[in-house]
Ligand binder design. Structure first.
Ligand code: NDP
Length: 305
């Protein structure tokens, strides 16, 4: 069997189109422009790239983006002052504090300082509680993107056996909650799980969110299962040659061994081009959802959990 490739890049483009359409209607019919504030503390190069690309994507769909760059040694008080201002700014519907924060700042405290209705990352403890109790919440972007792809591919997920490998607060746990919300039978696996191959082998849906390159081989996959690979891992790719300093070129791989999994699975997301593009599309979707909720307007269809 050769799996259908779930093209996250193409699907993310359709999500962004939907967002752009909704943003245009909000402007035309209500004179409202959704706004996303992104806060970056320090000089982390990867974070700078993410923040830049978030700003660019916002511009493409018509969302106003407000970038706040703070020095590495910013105090917790100064950061809370900024978050307070953004919480009270009616032009800001979503607030994202780029993680990781420098070590002297308490990430949990900072995230929980954001007004829950503006917490477009869905990390605030209040949103975690709402999701856990099956209530309307802001849903973390990566699991929301995975859910959208699964719904698009399968339609109804109810009764399916789903195994989520990884129990992080940003991917594994919310993913499991969302699948439970779809009436899947959900197992969460982690580093202490006994006989992981046997656990994975019974799954109709496998979501791998571990951070270990190509850890899941095809022989763990039930024939015909759907594999959602969240992992983003950079490995050496000597076949691509070497850099000027003699170091090996690199490439991105997921947590699943793509070739062997694709030979057995019914459908699979590639890395890159699978879950990654959906994450940022869902951030835009969450910003529009937050804007609609703040203004008492109907939420955009197909853009929420
Ligand atoms: P974390 O490191 O927070 O969590 C990893 C999880 O994997 C933990 O629960 C850990 O178990 C589990 N784990 C580690 N080793 C094993 C093992 N041998 N067998 C089974 N489980 C294991 O990672 P994240 O959830 O933040 O991210 C996971 C991956 O997803 C990373 O590659 C990350 O880069 C990627 N990612 C991709 C995004 C995207 O947009 N596509 C967004 C966010 C993350 P335990 O709890 O027992 O330690």
């Amino acid at each position: 069997m050769t799996a259908t490739i779930i093209d996250g890049k193409a699907f993310a483009a359709t999500v962004r189109d939907k967002v752009a359409g909704h943003v245009a209607r909000l402007k035309e019919e209500h004179g409202i422009t959704p706004g996303l504030a992104v806060v970056l503390v320090g000089e982390d190069p990867a974070s700078q790239v993410y923040v830049r690309s978030k700003g660019k994507m916002c511009a493409e769909v018509g969302i106003a983006s407000f970038e706040h760059r703070l020095a590495e040694d910013t105090s917790e008080d100064a950061l809370f002052d900024l978050i307070d201002r953004l919480n009270n700014d009616p032009a800001v519907h979503g607030i994202l504090v780029q993680l990781p924060l420098p070590g002297h700042l308490n990430e949990d405290l900072v995230i929980n300082g954001i007004t829950p209705s503006k917490d477009v990352d869905g990390f605030h403890i209040f949103n975690v509680g709402l999701l856990g109790t099956g209530q309307k919440s802001m849903v973390p972007c990566t699991p929301l993107g995975c859910l959208m792809m699964l719904r698009d591919h399968h339609g109804d997920l109810s009764g399916m056996d789903a195994v989520v490998i990884g129990r992080s607060n940003i991917v594994g746990k919310p993913m499991a909650q969302l699948l439970l919300g779809e009436s899947c039978t959900v197992t969460i696996a982690h580093s202490r799980t006994r006989d992981l191959p046997a656990v994975v082998r019974r799954a109709d849906i496998v979501v791998a969110a571990v951070g270990r390159p190509q850890m899941v081989p095809g022989e763990w996959i039930k024939p015909g299962a759907t594999v959602i690979d969240v992992g983003i891992n950079r490995i050496e790719a000597r076949e691509k040659g070497v850099n000027e300093d003699g170091s090996a070129k690199t490439r991105l791989v997921g947590d699943c061994d793509f070739d062997s999994c694709a030979a057995v699975a019914g459908a699979i997301t590639p890395v890159p081009g699978g879950v990654g593009p959906m994450t940022i599309a869902c951030l835009l979707a969450n910003t529009v959802t937050a804007c609609c909720r703040a203004n008492g307007l109907p939420e955009p269809e197909g853009l929420t959990a």
